[in-house]
Design a protein around this ligand. Structure first.
Ligand code: C2E
Ligand code: CA
Ligand code: CA
Length: 298
């Protein structure tokens, strides 16, 4: 099917509109294969890293959690953004290894921070392919036991579109995870093909409003109406609501006013290395972050 796609693309540009797949002319194959081979090695050699982006309660100013985001510095290509290798890893199935690696790394870090007195809830992204991994709940149980963390310290983020792709399978696996006390979050909320019929059946604790609605929140009345409505709707269904992609002070102030439970974005902090995150927590505790002055007055 992939070869057919390549041929179709080629045919669109061709005068006759007919093309047979030609391996030598396939621009993607070699690079993709070698990238996936390198990713496999990077996972095995523990050469990937996680960055942690703080999650803030806009109304109290407390930092209560973090989202773990994978970072890959390729030995030759340099930084490879997740958006360019996660979809490939999903295609090839390598994502399951990546997810397991990420869960272990993130939970160990959470345990380290807890031991240092920082009780955080860690969010980890699951991909659509993880939803078919029937062994995942046991795997997570084992990791929780290994790190001594309670299941409610882990929040699993899954996009709306991943769930809607195969809702029955998603509901089955996510229910098993929720039964064990883990919290689920619907990522990129508002841009997918949501069906509330399915969302209602899911054991969801949080919805995360997509950053496309938050980026211009302060300037756009329409975005304010949408975000305000999602917050109200979420609350009336018993969900916590997080806004991601908060890039300026006015947006953060508006979210606090609208009763949004949690906020995440460059304005609060970029995704940080573990050391930088620890530093951030110390500066935050000392009230040294630029956005804290506003709160102290309010
Ligand atoms: P996502 O789950 O929606 O993650 C949020 C993305 O928004 C991150 O991009 C983050 O760096 C970025 N971001 C945070 N604050 C702001 C902001 O204020 N403005 C803007 N413009 N962007 C902001 P990143 O790290 O490049 O990750 C991209 C996507 O790759 C993620 O989107 C997620 O879908 C996927 N991803 C990242 N790490 C993992 C992982 O460990 N496992 C899986 N399955 N997917 C991952
Ligand atoms: Ca996410
Ligand atoms: Ca998101």
């Amino acid at each position: 099917m992939r070869h057919a796609d390549v041929a179709v693309l080629d045919a669109r540009a061709a005068e006759s509109h007919i093309r047979v797949y030609n391996h030598a002319a396939d621009p993607h194959r070699p690079e993709r294969l070698s990238l996936m081979g390198d990713l496999k090695i990077a996972i095995e050699q523990d050469a990937l890293a996680l960055a942690y982006q703080p999650k803030l309660e806009p109304r109290t100013g407390r930092v209560v959690g973090a989202e773990a985001l994978v970072r890959w510095t390729h030995p030759r290509r340099g930084f490879v953004p997740p958006d360019s290798f996660i979809p490939l890893a999903e295609e090839t199935g390598a994502i399951r290894h990546l997810t397991r690696w990420g869960l272990r790394r993130a939970l160990r870090q959470t345990a380290d921070w807890a031991a240092a007195g920082h009780d955080l809830r860690m969010s980890v992204n699951l991909s659509v392919r993880d939803l078919g991994d029937a062994a995942l709940p046991d795997r997570i149980d084992a990791l929780l036991e290994e790190t001594g963390l309670k299941p409610d310290r882990l929040m699993l983020e899954i996009t709306e579109s991943a769930i809607m792709g195969d809702p029955e399978t998603a509901v089955a696996l996510l229910s098993r995870l929720a039964d064990r006390g883990m919290d689920l979050s619907i990522d990129d909320f508002g841009v997918g093909q949501s069906s509330f019929a399915y969302l209602r059946r899911l054991p969801v604790r949080e919805i995360k409003i997509d950053r496309s609605f938050i980026r211009t929140l302060a300037e756009t009345a329409q975005d304010q109406a949408i975000v305000g409505t999602i917050i109200k709707l979420g609350h009336s269904l018993g969900y916590k609501v997080t806004a991601e992609g908060v890039e300026d002070g006015p947006a953060l102030a508006l979210l606090a006013e609208m009763g949004c439970d949690l906020a995440q974005g460059y304005y609060i902090a970029r995704p940080l290395t573990p050391a930088a995150f620890t530093d951030f927590l110390a500066r935050h505790a000392a009230g040294e972050m630029p956005w804290q002055a506003r709160e102290a007055r309010g």
